[in-house]
Design a protein around this ligand. Structure first.
Ligand code: ADP
Length: 170
């Protein structure tokens, strides 16, 4: 598995799948979620509503997959990050679940190239340094990592980009 870092808007990435930092309603929100639904069009929301009708809300740490609508990617994997509340052990474990469950779902769907945003580090206020460590370690330690060709960490803000640059070049 190759790890790549880029500073970009994830809606522009042509990967097999891009990951959305969704909320448990799966009905869209702000930040990266808003951008994905806005640019991807109503096909994504329609697919999310179908999933909700079947399974209800998406639990924190879990992931579901839909079409990417009008986006250049093929699929969107929606995962629900934890809202940072200071309970670091619990929050850390849930954030790692997001990366692990997204990768597992990717493999189930034959996805080889997957792009992740910095889950939970926006509106959900997860400390960025800590979140970057968890993201990189979880991807690196993923049991079936040889089944994924490339993971792209897509940073949007300068602070996350600088953190990932340092950590990935160590
Ligand atoms: P959360 O609710 O999980 O914190 P946010 O969307 O608020 O989700 O933020 C998660 C991360 O996504 C933040 O680091 C933010 O800078 C980043 N982000 C916001 N918009 C985009 C985008 N269009 N592409 C990639 N990353 C984005």
């Amino acid at each position: 598995m190759i790890l790549e870092l880029i500073k970009a808007d994830i809606t522009t990435i042509k990967a097999d799948a891009i990951v959305n930092a969704a909320n448990s309603s799966l009905l869209g929100g702000g930040g990266v979620d808003g951008a994905i639904h806005r640019k991807g069009g109503k096909e994504i929301l329609k697919a999310c509503i179908e999933i909700r009708n079947k399974q209800g809300k998406c639990k924190t740490g879990n992931a579901v997959i839909t079409t990417a609508g009008n986006l250049p990617a093929r699929y969107v994997i929606h995962t629900v990050g934890p809202v940072w509340n200071g309970e670091s052990e619990k929050n850390n474990a849930l954030l790692a679940d997001c990366y692990r469950n997204s990768l597992a779902l990717a493999i189930e769907n034959g996805i080889k190239v997957i792009a992740f945003p910095n889950i939970s580090t926006g509106i959900y206020h997860f400390p960025k340094n800590n979140a970057a460590d968890i993201a990189i370690a979880t991807v690196n330690n993923f049991a079936e990592k040889e089944k994924i060709e490339k993971v792209i960490f897509v940073c949007f803000d300068d602070e996350n980009y600088e953190l990932y640059l340092q950590k990935l070049n160590k």
